[in-house]
Every structure is written in structure tokens, then in C-alpha cells.
Design a protein around this ligand. Structure first.
Ligand code: AMP
Length: 191
């Protein structure tokens, strides 16, 4: 199987969380979700959680200094030696550059950026549905949804331009059933 140092990339509502759980099981590597980490801190009302809440409630990115330090700390732990599945990071070019620096400090190379592609209209309808089912505060308000989409387009999507020359972006059509999409992702690791 090809390398197991993986970034899972895609717009909010692309199904990253669902696919991440399946991919973690396939690869047997830790699933590192910055969104989950922030939600944990928010739930426990830590200092980091208080900062994260201010931003995530508006559909904005949590400031880099907070986010990057949190990821560096997580990637310094022993369990990433077998690989990792980063979900929700990087979300901006400065974060992608910071990740390169962190990985090179730890002598790790990134093998794949799995890019789940879903069109804007489909994202909007999925996020609305998720707001009803999961009651996530950042999915409930149409203005917040729009903010998250705009943030993705202006800040996160340019990461792909950053990674393409490195030839590690694996484009995945995100339309279809959970198993169909996962089948496409699985194929990347069977090459
Ligand atoms: P997610 O569950 O990945 O959609 O993340 C939920 C929220 O957490 C986002 O809307 C952001 O406010 C925050 N967040 C997650 N990952 C990052 C990141 N890499 N940089 C900044 N903020 C993030």
C-alpha cells in the first residue's frame, strides 16, 4: 500500500468526516480532525475553546497561531509514526506552509492530499440538512453557511494550487453514496 501520511481535503459538507472514519479504519492510522479538536475544547470550555468558539460560530477560521500550535503538538505524538489522517487542516496556504515546516522538522513527508470535490449548490443543501440532523451551531444559520463556503473558496481552495505541483493531490468525485465515494478513495491506496 502506498504512503499513509494523508490530508483529507474538501469543502464543508463534502462528507470528509464520514469518509475519514472509513479511511482511518482502512489505513489504521490516527484521525486528526481540527474541527473535532476545537469542538472538544469548546465543550469543555477551555481557554482554547473560548477562542475557537468566537470564530467557528461565525463560520470563520480560528487564528493560525492557535490552530498551527495545536496541530504541531498533535503531530509530535508517537502514534503518527504509522501515518496520519489530517482532516480539516490545512485550510489556508499559510497553514499548508506551516504543515510543511512541521513535517520537515519531524522528518515526515506528505504522501496524499485526498481532495473530495462537491459543487457549491450541493454543499448548501447538505449543510442545511446537517443543521437539522446534528444541530451543529455553525450549520444552522444561512449567513454562517455562506461564510463557511466563502472562507473555503477564498482561503482553503488555494491550498490545492499550492499542492498540485508536488503531484500529491488525488481528486475524488464526492457525488454518490458513501460507499461509492469511499471506493474511489480506496483506489488511491491500492495503486
Ligand atoms: P470542521 O468540523 O472541520 O468544519 O471545523 C469546524 C470549525 O472549526 C471551522 O468552521 C473553523 O471555525 C474551525 N476550524 C477547523 N479547522 C480549522 C483550521 N484548520 N483552521 C482554522 N479554523 C479551523
Amino acid at each position: 500500500m502506498s504512503g499513509k501520511n494523508v490530508v483529507l481535503f474538501g469543502p464543508p459538507g463534502a462528507g470528509k468526516g464520514t469518509q475519514a472514519a472509513k479511511l482511518r479504519d482502512l489505513l489504521s492510522v490516527p484521525h486528526i480532525s481540527t474541527g473535532d479538536m476545537f469542538r472538544y475544547h469548546i465543550k469543555n470550555n477551555t481557554e482554547l475553546g473560548k477562542t475557537a468558539k468566537e470564530y467557528s460560530n461565525q463560520g470563520k477560521l480560528v487564528p493560525d497561531e492557535v490552530t498551527i500550535a495545536m496541530v504541531r503538538d498533535r503531530l509530535s505524538q508517537k502514534d503518527v509514526a504509522s501515518g496520519f489522517l489530517l482532516d480539516g487542516f490545512p485550510r489556508s496556504v499559510p497553514q499548508a506552509e506551516a504543515l510543511d515546516k512541521i513535517l520537515s522538522d519531524f522528518k515526515i513527508t506528505l504522501d496524499h492530499v485526498v481532495n473530495i470535490k462537491v459543487a457549491d449548490d450541493e454543499i448548501r443543501s447538505r449543510l442545511k440538512k446537517r443543521a437539522t440532523i446534528e444541530g451543529r451551531a455553525d450549520d444552522a444559520d444561512p449567513a454562517v453557511i455562506q461564510n463557511r463556503i466563502d472562507t473555503y473558496t477564498s482561503q482553503s481552495e488555494p491550498c490545492l494550487t499550492y499542492y498540485r505541483p508536488k503531484k500529491i493531490v488525488r481528486d475524488i468525485d464526492g457525488i454518490g453514496s458513501i460507499d461509492e465515494v469511499f471506493g474511489r478513495i480506496e483506489a488511491v491506496f491500492k495503486r
